[in-house]
Design a protein around this ligand. Structure first.
Ligand SMILES: [Zn+2]
Length: 248
């Protein structure tokens, strides 16, 4: 079945070489490992290729820190494998359904970072308490239907609907989904959510929280999170990951 690209998707300049995209995703995997966001080999990062019809995705069999570009799997939006030694992750529908629905999303990260997963087991809402938290000024919805892995298009549609137009989704008893217009944005969105939730989880037992007033958060958001914010902040994380896990 031919799947049309979502209406309104941004025109992307000429496709970069597939190998360059794979290298970028491999580096992003190493950033995820370096920043302690990985849960062993579980979780994935994906990227929608310029055709809008196929996705590169990290397989579950390989750890984030040991990924090489040869390990990436290429899959259609229907879940049909086109390239790769490993199998298409069982949770690919979690990614594929977002790409079908959100025209501007080019990259998605699904992870089980420790503090986000802790908050996902509690009946508490996410509260932005710091600079990283302000990225989520417009809210972080929670997918409460099931703690099971998202393995069918129907389940993927349900999580996509719950995500709506937001940057990230908290998945009850499971982890997070973060989206972006670039690999950098998807990765740093996941990192910032985990950092913000870590602060919340550690701060809450200490007593009543000092909340940031909404007008202040709005000013902070305007200042820090204009388009391109993640690309500007990415080089530091890339250098750190390359030092921790040098690409061969
Ligand atoms: Zn998962």
């Amino acid at each position: 079945m031919h799947v049309p690209a979502a209406a309104g998707r941004k025109e992307i300049p000429l496709p970069k070489e597939l190998t360059e995209l794979k290298e970028k995703l491999t580096l992003a995997c190493r950033v995820i490992a370096t920043e302690s966001l990985a849960d062993g080999p579980l979780g994935h990062i994906s990227y929608l290729l310029p055709s809008g019809q196929e996705v590169l995705i990290k397989p579950t069999e390989v750890g984030f820190e040991e990924m090489t570009e040869k390990d990436m799997v290429r899959v259609t939006l229907d879940g049909v494998k086109k390239e790769g030694h490993y199998t298409v992750p069982g949770e690919a529908p979690l990614h594929l359904e977002v790409y079908r629905t959100r025209p501007q999303v080019r990259s998605i990260v699904h992870l089980h970072p420790p503090y986000t997963t802790i908050l996902s087991t509690q009946s508490k809402a996410f509260v932005p308490l710091c600079q990283e938290g302000v990225l989520f000024l417009h809210g972080v919805p929670r997918f409460d239907d099931t703690a099971e892995v998202i393995t069918t298009p129907e389940m993927g549609q349900a999580t996509t609907q719950c995500l709506g137009d937001k940057r990230a989704l908290l998945m009850t008893n499971h982890g997070l989904l973060a989206v972006g217009e670039s690999v950098e944005e998807a990765c740093l969105t996941a990192l910032y959510l985990e950092k913000a939730i870590k602060l919340q989880v550690l701060a809450e037992p200490g007593g009543s929280l000092r909340l940031i007033p909404l007008p202040v958060m709005q000013r902070m958001y305007q200042r820090a999170y204009q388009p391109g914010w993640a690309e500007k902040r990415w080089p530091y994380y890339a250098r750190k990951a390359q030092a921790a896990f040098p690409l061969l």
